[in-house]
Design a protein around this ligand. Structure first.
Ligand code: F58
Length: 836
């Protein structure tokens, strides 16, 4: 018999409600049945797989709640400093499997369902994958949240609860077609709305200066339109600990509800339209990767979530302290790229206008609290907003930015008097026919730390992207090489490899990935080596089944699974991969006896809907696939597959099944890459350029275990500077020439022979990303891959060297560095027995 709750302390709940918190098989089973009944209104007989998914998710979430509350109380009680990670994107992936694993009850859930004739694996497939991000930047934010919880650091993620995430990609007749991603259509058991913490956000209006009797002046933003931000909280659990942090995503809601006192149809319609308009702010994620979209709605999104988050941060701080002087001792705000950079001005606005703090003090607090991470060197990705748009939408914020800039340029003047050219370059406001606000400049000026995401990238930020800022404040710049969470990207997605590792080196690696070096002791162990090969084969089989179900043929498991999955972008050079395939095809046609290893080329990734060249590359890959896959002379020596709708859950199947990881960006363009780390962690070998984190991966795993090719970043720069001419390379490479001619002849597009002319023209005339310069060396590296694959023992040695030396690329290492070197955070472990 259960006792009712007396005063509802956490400890009491835990003691009395075993079916909600207990970790025995009986507790869990009971809990799932109860949720099936009371939450879903079903019994086992009538339950659909979706009902079972919902019931088990709620049962799992129940086991997080007391840890979540206790985490919040502990942070509050201990006045623990926290990081607030501001990001327009969190690409978190599915939650159920991750939470079961981190709770340590994955196998328990498996057996519980098994008793009832259900398979956990199937139930997991019922969960829709929240696509609240474009690619690497959004996924990094998700890995960071998981690592922060695992390392027991107090952390809040702040972002936008997009109603529609990244579009669903379909391939129709070889072309990308976009469909809306209605990811909330089945409900979301993981989020909890917190209406009581809603925040009002102002737009438009004007600024009024008021002079007071004592002569002081204050600024008032008036006649504004207010939108309400409603927070939805998702718990983020650490790996087998009691830390549960919060991902708080804001949803926009109209401030004036339907006005039922409207007098006529016109008023009514306007009321409805206004409501829809304000709620459109959090409607959809902009699907652009590496290009800034200068639309007003995008700026609205940015200010919306930043204003909500800053208000939330200040509210929480004031609940605990009666001063804001200690704000930077209590919180670290990290800007994930420039999308939340407006936080610098918003925090200033709140401190000055609402908290009546003097400018100098407010500025000191803002700078001390804020850090900025840059993720790109591409000029087209650098955000700038037209001043007229800014002025209309956010007049008070623009005023503050102007004042920040005025004071900043004075500082520049003191350091470099009479250097107007330098001031022009450094200014937050770009001059021109239409002035623009440069968000990266605002972020650098308003932060105490600016970091890049891999060593080469951070160096290029200093020397190429922002040399003037680096001259001004060299000590502000630093590097934090990216990482990925080994819980999702090894433990969860590759259970067999995880088990094989744990059997040999125990399970410590999941918390401390540097322990993987211990596996190097088994490098020559025949049994282990055979197991590594068998596991890869099993993972290839799993991937092959997906390919078979979607494409109607089963790839040859003895072929090299050669994978390039990432957003489609010219700088990432999926086209170079495609040219290699065509050249290989031509070689094989010409010389049918040629002794090359069979390969299955697998592509996946979305193109921004307006990026015509990237979409044409998808079509080319599919048309090449169509011809080669059906050429009887080739049989299964080459197969090409483009897997549609690449997302986190598909990545979890593709990556463990890869033999080769294609990381072939033009050197100096990929800030870091994180897919490169996930592949190496799952026993794939990299074919790559010296770009982003590839350089560090190669350093760690050993040059002899990495297939390097291509120009280096400084060579790329040198060549560009001296006038690059692709024809110089095309003339010298018969293979490249032949491949280009074949595309140009319409061989792959008989229904529209000139279809790929734009692709060929770009390569012959401009070749912006220097594919022609790198082609022959790429072909050579791929030939070496072939030779190596034919020697399984040699290949296995390289795989094990990769595995054993990949520890650096855990996001735990990255987060430790952020905490020590930027945020000044210390862990705050959660003790469930502590009562406050
Ligand atoms: C990526 N950026 C970098 N941006 O390209 C990649 O090298 C790096 O590993 C990763 O960040 C994490 O640091 C990226 O994904 C975006 O998706 C932005 C989305 C919003 C518009 C501008 C691009």
């Amino acid at each position: 018999m259960r006792r009712p709750m007396a005063d509802g302390t956490i400890q009491e709940v835990v003691q009395n409600h075993s079916s909600r918190v207990g970790m025995t098989p009986e507790d869990l089973e009971q809990s799932v049945l109860e949720h099936l009944f009371y939450t879903c209104g079903k019994d086992l007989r009538s339950a659909t797989p979706l009902d079972v998914y919902r019931a088990i998710s709620h049962a799992t979430r129940d086991r997080l709640v007391h840890r979540w509350l206790q985490s919040k109380r502990t942070y509050f009680h201990h006045e623990a400093k926290r990081v607030c990670y501001l990001s327009a994107e969190f690409l978190i992936g599915r939650a159920l499997a991750q939470n079961l694993l981190n709770l340590g009850i994955y196998h328990l859930a498996e057996t519980s369902l098994d008793h009832r004739g259900l398979t956990l694996k199937d139930i997991l497939e019922e969960e829709l994958d929240p696509g609240l991000g474009n690619g690497g930047l959004g996924r990094l934010a998700a890995c960071f949240m998981e690592s922060l919880a695992t390392l027991q650091y107090p952390a809040y993620g702040y972002g936008i609860r997009y109603e529609f995430g990244i579009f669903d990609q379909e391939i129709a007749n070889g072309w990308q077609v976009e469909r809306g991603d209605d990811w909330l259509r089945r409900g979301n058991p993981w989020e909890v709305p917190r209406h009581e913490l809603s925040v009002g956000v102002n737009f438009y209006g004007r600024v009024e200066a008021r002079v007071h009797v004592d002569g002081t002046k204050s600024m008032h933003w008036v006649d504004t339109q207010t939108v309400i931000g409603v927070p939805y909280d998702t718990p983020i659990l650490g790996y087998q600990n009691n830390t549960v942090n919060t991902l708080r995503l804001w949803s926009a809601k109209a401030s004036k509800e339907f006005n039922f006192s409207v007098f006529n149809d016109g008023d009514y319609r306007r009321a409805v339209e206004e409501k829809a308009l304000s709620e459109s702010i959090s409607k959809v994620l902009y699907p652009n990767d590496e290009s800034a979209e200068g639309k007003e709605l995008r700026l609205k999104q940015q200010y919306f979530f930043v204003a909500c988050s800053i208000a939330d941060i200040i509210r929480r701080h004031k609940k605990r302290f009666d001063t804001l002087d200690n704000l930077p001792d209590q919180i670290a705000i990290q800007l994930n790229d420039t999308h939340p950079a407006i936080a610098v001005a918003e925090l200033m606005r709140v401190l000055i206008d609402e908290e009546s703090i003097a400018w100098e003090k407010a500025w000191e607090l803002t700078k001390a609290a804020t850090g900025f991470t840059n993720h790109t060197l591409l000029p087209e990705a650098l955000e700038k907003w037209p001043v007229p748009m800014f002025e209309r939408l956010l007049p008070r914020i623009l005023q503050i930015i102007y004042e920040i800039n005025r004071r900043f340029l004075l500082e520049v003047h003191v350091k470099w008097p009479n250097d107007d050219e330098r001031k022009r370059r450094l200014s937050i406001i770009e001059e021109g026919p239409v002035k623009h606000v440069r968000m990266a400049h605002l972020a650098v000026v308003g932060s105490h730390s600016v970091n890049g995401v891999a060593e080469l990238h951070s160096e290029l930020v200093c020397t190429q992207l922002m040399p003037d800022f680096h001259d001004m404040w060299p000590q502000r710049f630093n590097n934090k090489t990216n990482g990925v969470t080994p819980r999702r990207w090894l433990l969860q997605c590759n259970p067999d490899l995880s088990e094989a590792l744990t059997e040999r080196i125990s399970d410590g690696w999941a918390r401390d990935l540097s322990e993987l070096t211990k596996i190097l002791e088994y490098k020559d162990d025949t049994e282990f080596r055979a197991e590594v090969r068998a596991i890869k084969r099993k993972n290839k089989e799993r991937l092959a089944k997906v390919i078979e179900s979607r494409h109607g043929f089963k790839p040859n498991l003895d072929s090299i699974f050669d994978v390039q999955v990432k957003r489609l972008h010219e700088y990432k050079r999926q086209l170079l991969n495609c040219l290699h395939i065509i050249a290989l095809y031509q070689d094989m046609k010409e010389n049918p006896e040629s002794d090359r290893a069979p390969r299955t080329f697998i592509f996946g990734g979305k193109a921004a809907p307006g990026y015509m060249m990237a979409k044409l590359h998808i079509k080319l890959i599919n048309d090449v696939a169509d011809i080669i896959n059906h050429d009887p002379a080739i049989r299964d020596r080459i197969k090409v597959v483009f897997l549609s709708n690449y997302n986190v859950s598909l990545a979890e199947i593709i990556i463990p099944g890869a033999d080769i990881s294609e990381q072939i960006s033009m050197a100096g363009k990929e800030a870091s890459g994180t897919g490169n780390m996930k592949f190496a962690m799952n026993g794939a070998l990299t074919v790559g350029t010296l770009d982003g984190a590839n350089i560090e991966i190669r350093e760690e795993v050993g040059a002899e275990n990495f297939f390097l090719f291509g120009l280096k970043a400084d060579e790329v720069r040198g060549l560009k500077g001296s006038g690059y001419n692709p024809n110089h390379y095309i003339e010298r490479s018969p293979r490249l020439r032949r491949a280009l001619d074949l595309i140009a002849s319409g061989f792959f597009s008989p229904d529209d022979p000139s279809r790929f002319q734009p692709v060929v023209n770009e390569l012959r005339n401009l070749d912006t990303y220097m594919l022609c310069a790198d082609f022959d060396d790429y072909f050579r590296a791929q030939f070496e891959v072939d030779q190596c694959y034919r020697d399984p023992e040699n290949w296995t040695s390289k795989v094990i060297e990769n595995l054993g030396n990949i520890g650096k690329f855990s996001s735990d290492r990255t987060i430790e560095q952020y905490c020590k070197e930027i945020w000044n955070l210390t862990p705050c472990p959660i003790d469930l027995t502590e009562s406050f």
